[in-house]
Design a protein around this ligand. Sequence first.
Ligand code: NAI
Length: 271
Amino acid sequence: MAYNLLKGKKGIIFGALNEQSIAWKIAEKCYEEGAQIVLTNAPIALRMGEINKLAETCGNAPVIPADVTSNDDLKNLLTKSIEHFGGQVDFILHSVGMSMNMRKNNHYTALNYDFTHKTFDISAMSFHRVLQLAYQMDAISEWGSVVALTYIAAQRVFPDYNEMADAKALLESVARSFGYQYAKKNKVRINTVSQSPTRTTAGSGVKGFEGFISFAEKMSPLGNATAEDCANYCVTLFSDLTKMVTMQNLFHDGGFSFTGVTAEVIEQMEK
Ligand code: NAI
């Protein structure tokens, strides 16, 4: 059921790769709630062409390529989006992550630092880059809302999350630091949503992901939050109903983050 929570709002969605992507579900939900959107992803990801299906179901949304490590690409994205909307954007979703060390199975104690730079650039510094350009170009409207997706490995150790844990810690820090600056300038809100493990292309790249996801399911009183649940939550954060929420890392994980142990896990241990 739609509530028209985003009626008249305009947003940019980064990171919809395929139907499993969390950004895919968020794009669909934003459109359903009345928003107009622009979709973007890295040029190489767009070549697979799947995003055009999503664009069609979201009112023929424009698809604008942008590698998040390129200032020129991001400037072009913001300029074209403003042109398309005929004005500033009201919300931005950053749903981007990539780790070369994970892809190459490099252990956390044997990182290749060229890859690590790339990981931080794509997964964390890109958030600052998007915000800084938007700030300088005055691309986001007053009371606008920006959300980036993160994971609890930023606070607690999940050994196989590898260098992405450090990238997420930086990402969350950028949300706080830039949240202050942008609130002062233009009342723009910036938050991160810390999502349950979710079966997606990026998620499945984590070693032992299936064990990980079922452990999280057992450790969460409400169970794991799905990508659809995440989409609903992000809609509220883009809406005017959460105007005073900024600089927060918001756990969206069925209670996982504050659970010490559950009956299901104890039962498993007693077997
Ligand atoms: P996904 O693989 O569908 O999305 C990752 C996206 O990043 C892809 O669309 C990819 O093309 C994009 N990307 C990679 N390099 C890029 C670049 N240089 N420029 C522009 N875009 C680039 O996977 P998922 O899971 O939907 O990931 C979205 C976000 O959610 C990521 O930040 C991820 O860390 C986060 N997250 C995922 C969880 C999971 O278990 N799947 C749990 C918590 C957070």
